[in-house]
Design a protein around this ligand. Structure first.
Ligand code: BG6
Ligand code: MG
Length: 219
């Protein structure tokens, strides 16, 4: 039987949390007197909490003491956590269960590859924690996407070679990380934004079972 390693990003791929990250960063930026646009937000998707704050401060031309930096990081996370506190299964993105169920039935190895330190908490909230053979998140990596580290660790965990892995990503940084890891990158979102991906779909309703079978059987 053919096997591929299927690696999923979390925020904006499995669950609809990218909007909460956006709201929390926008509030933080605006409170510091910094403008924050959707275009800038695309550059933060997939990027670690520390790197995201560094970028925002850079855009605003602001520098903070270590203490103030830490304070803002904690504040952002507290705001974000208050958004996800009441999260339930209805925030799983469209047709994600269809894809996970099919891959499980086909006995394909499945991993999570996320930059978030809140990943495990969120997976438990939406009852998907048990759906992954491996979970690699922000607590397991030292280098942020676009570095491929997170996906390379996931491939190793699944006992697959990088070129036998397929990554689903909604972020530019994540697509670049998958490409650097020599994996097939599948963008979930806007074709124009994710144009470096090998394939792009608006969401999983466009990802057919036929397409998944082709990925599994690709030599
Ligand atoms: C990524 C998100 O999945 O995780 C980013 O796309 C976020 O927006 C990053 O900054 C880190 O998440 P957290 O939950 O550890 O702050
Ligand atoms: Mg994402």
């Amino acid at each position: 039987m053919n096997k591929k390693g299927f690696i999923f990003d979390l925020d904006g791929v499995i669950v609809d949390t990218a909007k909460y990250h956006f709201l929390a960063w926008k509030k933080l930026a605006n409170d510091l007197g910094i403008d924050f646009t959707e275009h800038q937000n695309e550059q933060l998707k997939g990027v670690s909490r520390v790197k995201s704050l560094e970028k925002i401060l850079d855009w605003g031309g602001i520098s903070l003491s270590d203490e103030a930096f830490q304070y803002q990081m904690n504040k952002k996370n507290t705001d974000y956590l208050s958004c996800i506190e009441t999260m339930k299964e209805n925030e799983i993105l469209v047709d994600v269960p269809k894809v996970l169920t099919f891959l499980k039935k086909e006995q394909q190895p499945i991993a999570l590859g996320s930059a978030s330190k809140n990943a495990r908490k969120i997976l438990k909230k939406v009852a998907l924690y048990e759906s992954f053979d491996s979970i690699v998140d922000g607590t397991n990596v030292s280098k942020a996407k676009p570095d491929p580290e997170v996906f390379l660790i996931a491939a190793k965990d699944l006992d697959m070679e990088p070129n036998e892995c397929i990554v689903f990503e909604d972020s530019i940084a994540g697509v670049q990380a998958a490409n650097k890891a020599d994996m097939i990158s599948i963008g979930i979102g806007d074709q124009e934004v994710l144009n470096e991906a090998n394939f792009v779909f608006k969401d999983f309703s466009e990802v057919s079972i036929e397409f998944l079978k082709q990925l599994i059987n690709k030599q």
